[in-house]
Design a protein around this ligand. Sequence first.
Ligand code: NAP
Ligand code: ZN
Ligand code: ZN
Length: 359
Amino acid sequence: MTQTTPNHTQTVSGWAAHDTSAKITPYTFKRRENGVTDVTIKILYCGICHTDLHHAKDDWGITMYPVVPGHEITGVITKVGSDVKGFKEGDRVGVGCLAASCLDCEYCKTDQENYCDNLQFVYNGIFWDGSITYGGYSEMLVADYRYVVHIPESLPMDAVAPLLCAGITVFSPLKDHDLVSSPGKKIGVVGLGGLGHMAVKFGKAFGHHVTVISTSPSKEAEAKERLGADDFLLSSNPDQLQAAKRSLDFILDTVSADHALMPILELLKVNGTLFMVGAPDKPLQLPAFPLIFGKRSIKGGIIGGIKETQEMLEVCGKHNITCDIELIKPDTINEAFVRLAKNDVRYRFVIDIAGTSKI
Ligand SMILES: NC(=O)c1ccc[n+]([C@@H]2O[C@H](COP(=O)([O-])OP(=O)(O)OC[C@H]3O[C@@H](n4cnc5c(N)ncnc54)[C@H](OP(=O)(O)O)[C@@H]3O)[C@@H](O)[C@H]2O)c1
Ligand SMILES: [Zn+2]
Ligand SMILES: [Zn+2]
């Protein structure tokens, strides 16, 4: 495995973490030439997902340093390979977590390439040519067109960027559980961060009663007034949790750190489902009793497929759904990491990579 291959001739400026201190510094590296199935993208914006922080700190023990994070990428196509279909120069596009998959397995063939066993991510992955992938904290990206989506004209490129990960990660389980077009269910969202706030927005747009379960009292007013949540439970308040037992059909857990599952499972009705998308570094304790006494299920999922991501973007265009963002310059990524770790962001940092916004 090499970091660069012979056709990696394009010099790109970006920002990388080099060790577990997670300190981000400017970093120059090479990307491949634009191949026949590739598009080259001038990156405009990139969201800061908590996964970027997990990788920068090597929380999961899989980081290949230097790591150029970033998988919530929006930009404009500047070059198109000869075999590319459906994209042209000047198109407004997005790239999320996926860089490559086998294209041939049962999951790739049914638009679930996010579950391909040979899935490779847009950063900290190994591309088909053996090179390590570098993400969106950089000025330019070369991407295979099969992992690129169109951004609806009506949506702004900065506040759309986090949809490419945070958005699709919560949209996909809602769709899977028939919650996009069947309104009137009672949904819970645990953790009101980047993923969580999108889950609240989708839940409301799709006609559900949405309860936020949070550790942060300061988020109650915002959750209700700004995001439209119907109820707010403080996870440190046993009386509130007790009163809400057996009230929810479906819960999305977006928490990035260790937390108790027992009280969350007990919020579900009989037959309810807890869907995990948060990825704490250590295993969570799974109590059997709330499962067996309530015939409840617990499952998880990773992002969504490309076709589904495009579908989500069209839905967002139709309902005018975007993320609540704090726009930052690349030279303040370290400050943003510190604030993200302290749970101090409303609700997603987005980096103005190209410097096109007034900040
Ligand atoms: N499955 C996937 O495909 C996928 C995709 C993207 C991200 N992820 C993972 O999902 C998680 C969330 O990502 P994010 O970008 O939304 O992060 P985020 O913006 O930091 O939000 C996480 C939220 O979890 C809550 N929280 C944080 N620490 C907690 C603790 N110790 N106990 C209980 N609650 C706590 C906070 O909400 P309150 O203040 O409301 O409590 C926080 O806002 C990360 O682990 C990330 O790696 C998974
Ligand atoms: Zn992410
Ligand atoms: Zn596959």
